[in-house]
Design a protein around this ligand. Structure first.
Ligand code: SAM
Length: 297
C-alpha cells in the first residue's frame, strides 16, 4: 500500500484530509508502541492464559512491528508473521526482528487486510489486530477474512476502542479549561469522515463482541489495559506528546474555535514556558481494550 492508496496512512491526531499515509507515520508509530509497551505486555500475558503455546502468531496491521516483537518475546516458541499493507513499515519490522534477535522465527507479508490475511503458510493460532481493523471499509468482511485465517481453536485478539489519550489536566492555566475534551470531540467527527471515505465503507455499530460473533467466532473475553505515564515525563514521552498535539493542530484546525487554536499554538511553541515542551504537568494516559474470540468449528 503506497501513499497514493486510499487510506494508506492513519493519523491518530486526525489530519482533516482523511487520506492516510502510514509509512510517513513510522517514527510516531514506533514511539507510541514503545511507550505503551507495559500495557501491551499485560495484554500479551492475558492472551497467554487463553493460548499458552501458539505455533503461529499473525500480527494483522502490524505497522513497524513493535507489538509483533512483544508477542515474539511472550511466546518464545512461536513463529510470528507481521501482515501490513505498508511495505516500508514491514521493512522496519524486519530490521527490528533481526536487531532484537527473533529474526529467525519472524516473517512479513505485504497484504491488503480488506481481502483477508494474504497467503499464510499455516492458519494462525493467535491473531492479533491492534488499531488496524477500523481502517478497513468493510470491517465485517475483514473480520470474516481474519476468522478464515485462524486455526480451529485459534484465538483472535482485537484491540479497538478503549479511551482517547489524554496529555493535559482539565485546567492548564491558559485558554478555556477542557481543551482536550473539545479536541477529542472534533477528532471523533474526523474519524467518522475518515471511515466514510474508505473503499467499500460500510457503516457498522462498533459492538466488537457482536461483530466477532458475526464472523462465526465465540467471544471469550474483554479486558482493558491502562497505559499510564504520569508526570514528569521522559524526553521520549514528551516528544510523543509534542508530535501528537502537532498533528491535531494541523489536522483538526477547522473544527476548533480560534481561542482553542491560540491555546494549542501556545502549547506547541518551544519558546513559551507554558508549552508542552516545558510544562511539568504533561502526562500520557490512555486505555486499550482487547476483545478475544475463538474459532470453535
Ligand atoms: C494505527 S496503525 C497500528 C499499528 C500497530 N498495530 C499498533 O497498534 O501500533 C494501523 C496499521 O494498519 C495498516 N493498515 C491500515 N489499513 C490497512 C489495510 N486496509 N490493509 C493492510 N494494512 C492496513 C497500516 O499500514 C498501519 O500499519
Amino acid at each position: 500500500m503506497g501513499q497514493h492508496h486510499d487510506h494508506a496512512g492513519h493519523d491518530h491526531a486526525g489530519h482533516d484530509h482523511t487520506d492516510m499515509d502510514f509509512a510517513e507515520m513510522l517514527p510516531l508509530l514506533v514511539r507510541e508502541a514503545e511507550l505503551y509497551t507495559p500495557s501491551y505486555r499485560e495484554a500479551a500475558a492475558w492472551l497467554r492464559e487463553q493460548q499458552p503455546e501458539p505455533g503461529l502468531i499473525v500480527d494483522a496491521g502490524s505497522g513497524p512491528g513493535v507489538i509483533s516483537g512483544l508477542l515474539a518475546a511472550t511466546f518464545p516458541g512461536a513463529r510470528v508473521v507481521a501482515v501490513d499493507g505498508a511495505g516500508p513499515l514491514l521493512e522496519e519490522a524486519r530490521a527490528r526482528a533481526d536487531r532484537l534477535g527473533y529474526g529467525d522465527r519472524f516473517s512479513t507479508l505485504e497484504s491488503e487486510l480488506a481481502d483477508g490475511l494474504g497467503e499464510l503458510e499455516y492458519p494462525a493460532d493467535l491473531l492479533w489486530a491492534s488499531r488496524s481493523l477500523h481502517h478497513v471499509g468493510d470491517q465485517r468482511a475483514a473480520l470474516a477474512g481474519f476468522a478464515r485465517g485462524l486455526a480451529p481453536g485459534g484465538t483472535l485478539a482485537l484491540l479497538e476502542g478503549g479511551l482517547p489519550t489524554r496529555f493535559l489536566p482539565r485546567d492548564i492555566g491558559i485558554g478555556r479549561p477542557g481543551l482536550q475534551a473539545r479536541i477529542d470531540a472534533v477528532h471523533e467527527e474526523w474519524f467518522t469522515r475518515m471511515r466514510a471515505s474508505l473503499p467499500g465503507a460500510a457503516a457498522e455499530i462498533e459492538d466488537w463482541p457482536a461483530l466477532l460473533a458475526s464472523a462465526g467466532l465465540r467471544h471469550t473475553g474483554t479486558r482493558t489495559f491502562l497505559a499510564d505515564l504520569p508526570a514528569p515525563l521522559s524526553d521520549e514521552a514528551r516528544a510523543f506528546v509534542v508530535t501528537s498535539l502537532t498533528r491535531r493542530r494541523e489536522g483538526l484546525a477547522e473544527g476548533l474555535d480560534p481561542d482553542d487554536l491560540a491555546t494549542l499554538d501556545r502549547l506547541l511553541d518551544p519558546d513559551d514556558k507554558a508549552s508542552v515542551h516545558h510544562r511539568p504537568d504533561v502526562f500520557v494516559l490512555t486505555a486499550h481494550t482487547v476483545y478475544t474470540a475463538t474459532r470453535t468449528d
